[in-house]
Write a protein that binds this ligand. Structure first.
Ligand code: GLU
Length: 478
């Protein structure tokens, strides 16, 4: 998939011969002297945001590795729209722009750029039920929106200057394409152009939006450097770094981590649950009961969480590096004194303790059972983001103490119109709601299963049906 990186290798090597490799005082030296890599990005689900464990996102993960490799700190800054992002680069306030940026001919003329580290397809999205155009020609007369300063706006301008002089569209100022989806979803626009990865990540929020057609063939995603010769050595260094990531398989792993989860984020699978309840739960029921007793919680709830986390698989691992029955991250495991995350007893204890800590630290005036749902949401998304959703709830006249009110606002943390107004920015709010609601669903089933009168009666004991003289004999002996 990333073969195009290899094809660029000869160009990379000849570039190295052409430049004055030893030259002092250039962008790379400045980064090293400063001890800090300044990166300009966007706060968006495909680039950079805050998760329960701290900063996250594909661009964050990549640039953090680059900074580590350079032995410097990473300083990420966010621009609120694409023209601002490039202005920061023009003013040399950043060493690098890393924000899901497409390689375009206009940008290529203005900036040096890295090797491509991903590919994306620009797509035109419409609302199912409306007329579906099959091409730009076909979409004539429909209202089309794109992000201002984006690669898509550049592409449309080129077409208008060439074969489609009548082409009309509207440019929206914003940092991410979710605003466009919002406009199409609400009917204020009919079509939006955005990149395939961005649509994939947010599609769950907008079930009625679909791809109408692909605007162009696959495009390269690159990092841009400040204009001028001066950044050549830094660019070379970056290219080698990206090649290294690709060769080690790390790049593919990161893509899976940041974009691979989307497909199954909202799966409930009641069918599988019923089967696992019969086959797997009996193996762990006693352990779960024991740990629940230790932490004074309902064992059905702990079992429901463990099911949501790992499907009761103590060896579960995910590409994001979480592991075990309770899918603990390494920092959480350490904090909770868990040495071996794959040990089910340790994992359950770590998860139960962590949840209890979160629950204790929630504001006092949130009462159970909502308190439990809030704790679960915080367990999934982080306390800070949950607090942001409560702020949104209050602003909109809802009650921030009620899960039913807050759960309606959590998905707003994925929409820039809202997340830009709160402290911690973008978060996967919809996933947190799904997480809590799934657990509630499993919890309810588990409780139901455990009500004795609803269970089949246990088999009779010999004492209950055998005549006295035969008691103590095994059935096969009769
Ligand atoms: N990849 C786009 C660009 O480079 C930004 C994202 C989008 O508009 O979907 O301008």
């Amino acid at each position: 998939m990333f073969r195009y990186l290899y094809t660029a290798l000869p160009a990379l090597l000849s570039g190295c011969l052409l430049l004055a490799c030893g030259q002092q005082g250039d962008q790379l030296d400045r980064v090293l002297d400063r001890g800090e890599l300044r990166v300009i990005t966007r706060n968006s689900p495909t680039t950079y945001y805050y998760d329960k464990t701290g900063p996250e996102g594909y661009e964050y993960a990549l640039t953090r590795r680059l900074a580590e490799e350079l032995g410097v700190r990473l300083k990420l800054e966010t621009a609120s729209n694409l023209p601002d992002l490039f202005r920061t680069l023009d003013l040399r306030k950043s060493d690098l722009a890393a924000a899901g940026l497409t390689l375009t001919s206009a940008r290529q003329q203005a900036y040096d750029h890295s090797l491509p580290y991903d590919r994306l397809t620009p797509q035109v999205v419409y609302r199912a039920g409306d007329r579906r155009p099959r091409s730009l020609e076909d979409a004539a007369g429909m209202q089309l929106v794109v992000l201002a300063g984006s690669s898509h706006a550049e592409f449309l301008s080129r077409l208008r200057n060439g074969q489609m002089p009548g082409l009309v569209w509207q440019e929206i100022q914003g940092a991410d394409s979710m605003e466009l989806l919002e406009l199409v979803d609400s009917g204020e626009a009919q079509l939006a152009v955005l990149d395939s990865n961005e649509f994939k990540v947010q599609q769950g929020l907008y079930p009625s939006l679909k791809v109408a057609f692909e605007l162009e063939a696959e495009q390269d995603m690159v990092w841009y450097l400040p204009p001028g010769e001066d950044a050549t050595r830094l660019r070379e260094h970056i290219d080698e770094f990206l090649l290294g990531l690709q060769n080690s398989g790390e790049l593919a792993k990161l893509r899976e981590e940041y974009f691979g989860h989307v497909a199954n984020a909202t799966r409930i699978g009641s069918h599988t649950f019923a089967r696992n309840l019969r086959n797997d739960l009996p193996n762990y029921r006693d352990l779960i009961r024991q740990v629940a007793a230790e932490y004074q919680m309902d064992w059905h709830l702990l079992a429901a969480i463990a099911y949501q986390e790992s499907h009761w698989n103590p060896k579960a691992t995910s590409p994001t590096g979480v592991r075990g029955m309770m899918m603990l991250t390494l920092p959480t495991a350490r904090e909770m004194g868990v040495k071996n995350r794959l040990d089910p007893l340790e994992s359950l204890r770590g998860g139960a303790r962590y949840l209890k800590n979160i629950k204790r630290r929630l504001p006092d005036d949130i009462e159970d059972p909502d308190r439990t749902w809030f704790a679960l949401a915080a367990y999934n998304i982080g306390r800070g983001h949950l607090e942001d959703a409560r702020v949104l709830t209050e602003r909109q006249g809802g009650d921030p103490h009620l899960w039913s009110d807050v759960m309606q606002r959590l998905p707003q943390l994925q929409k820039s119109k809202y997340f830009q107004t709160v402290k911690r920015g973008y978060a996967r709010g919809l996933e947190a709601v799904t997480y809590v609601q799934n657990i509630r669903h499993y919890y309810a089933i588990l409780q139901w299963h455990d009500i004795p009168e609803l269970q089949p009666s246990p088999p009779l004991q010999p004492a209950e049906y055998l005549p006295e003289q035969l008691r103590g004999t095994s059935l096969s002996a009769i």
